[in-house]
Design a protein around this ligand. Structure first.
Ligand code: FAD
Length: 376
């Protein structure tokens, strides 16, 4: 039976970053990265806002705050070094009413605790920065940016492969049995079932991470995270970009995401979203019976800060699903990165709830995992 040091399940941005970092640190290690799709990054990693987040809202000292802050710096350096298209274009959070204005100060203070400096802007400053936007006041984040996530993932994969990682697409993890010195793993490949051994098993299967965990014989059910799928929809705007920065509303108290915001992609195309809809199963379908009502909600939300929106130019674009650890109405939860300290199984790392800012934090999550693997 073929033997590997490390087997990584899932080639989204997290699995790819882990493969890159592990192979960089342990140059002689035998590393396998498996992916059930024919390509890397076909799920959440290609269904997001492609924003490099500054790390503004997360609770101080949480994994989300720490790893976003460290990851942001690393992603910018990485993009510069390897010519991955990106732009530090900045983000404007806009207050459109009196209540929002008082929230701006709170957001600024929280960001400062996370070492993120924001600038408070009055109405005139906002108008100068973004003439098309209606705002009574705003907060400017200079370190927020955008990235071509496909190019980023392709570069991670190429570098990992150059460092010896074996990438196996069309390969589905089926189950793992705990053995004395690691795991016996069963995979489904295009040529049928295949078994191998590995010393460490890293579960970075995104939305499927609990299912993978469920098929690891030694793992107690109490350590398997329960997911609440929360779909976010995007509309593209078929027009020249009316803004040159990312525009975000002040998140309202009960908002699951950051509110329906405007992002720009690397080609300058504006898209609005995502909203938040809890769903029972993984389903990216946009054309459900809520379509018309959803568009109306988007129009109302966008017009709060962009009254000149031409609604007929909004076109349904795509959706992504957040692997949430919190149910509807519950407070947001932190990333959950489980090691043997949690479940007592040497060599097993489970990554659960890697929602936003997972793309931004990918390289620092990978450092975190690489350091844990080093202690196995
Ligand atoms: C709507 C939305 C917007 C977001 N916006 C941002 C943003 O602007 N900035 C930011 O920083 N973050 C953002 N995020 C978060 C970010 O996209 C995720 O944190 C990140 O993509 C998660 O990557 P992943 O590798 O964990 O998951 P995935 O990309 O889902 O990768 C998991 C991989 O595992 C594979 N897999 C599953 N089961 C198996 C199996 N049995 N065998 C083999 N392979 C398997 C899947 O096919 C998949 O390719 C957003 C997320 C959403 C949903």
């Amino acid at each position: 039976m073929e033997s590997f040091d490390h087997c990584i399940v899932g080639a989204g941005v997290i699995g790819l970053a882990i493969a890159y970092k592990l192979s960089q640190k342990y140059t002689n290690a035998k590393i396998l990265l498996i992916e059930s799709h024919p390509q890397f990054g076909c799920e959440t990693s290609s269904r997001n806002s492609e924003v490099i987040h500054a790390g503004i809202y997360y609770p101080e000292s949480s994994l989300k705050a720490t790893l976003c802050h460290q990851g942001k710096e690393q992603v910018y350096d990485f993009c510069q070094r390897y010519n991955v298209p990106h732009k530090k274009i900045g983000k404007l959070i806009v207050a459109t009413n009196q209540e929002d204005i008082s929230t701006l100060e709170k957001i600024k203070n929280n960001a400062a605790k996370n070492s993120v400096a924001l600038t408070l802007l009055d109405q005139t400053d906002c108008q100068k920065l973004e003439p098309q936007v209606t705002a009574k006041a705003g907060l400017y984040s200079a370190t927020t940016g955008i990235i071509d996530s496909h190019s980023y993932m392709q570069t991670l994969l190429t570098l990992a492969q150059q460092q010896g990682v074996l990438f196996s697409p069309n390969t589905k993890f089926l189950q793992a049995e705990k053995k004395n010195n690691g795991f016996k793993i069963t995979l489904n490949t295009q040529d049928g079932q295949y078994q191998l051994q590995c010393r460490s098993l890293i579960n970075s299967a995104g939305l499927q991470a609990p299912n993978i965990a469920n098929n690891i014989d030694a793992l107690d059910i109490k350590h398997i995270a329960k997911y609440h799928y929360c779909r976010g929809h995007y509309f593209s705007y078929q027009s020249r970009a009316p803004f040159s920065h990312l525009i975000y509303p002040v998140p309202s108290k009960n908002t699951v995401g950051l509110g329906i915001h405007a992002t720009l992609d690397m080609s300058g195309q504006v898209r609005f979203g995502p909203d938040a809809q809890y769903i029972d199963s993984i389903d990216y379908d946009f054309n459900d019976h809520n379509q018309a009502a959803r568009k109306e909600q988007f129009i109302a939300a966008i017009k709060q800060y962009y009254p000149d929106l031409e609604s007929h130019k909004l076109q349904p674009s795509y959706s992504g699903i957040r692997p949430k650890l919190s149910a509807a109405g519950e407070a947001a939860k932190d990333f959950m990165i489980q090691t043997d300290n949690d479940h007592n199984i040497a060599g097993l790392i489970n990554l659960f709830g890697i929602e936003s800012p997972g793309l931004t934090a990918s390289l620092s999550i990978a450092d975190y995992v690489t350091n844990k693997v080093g202690h196995l």
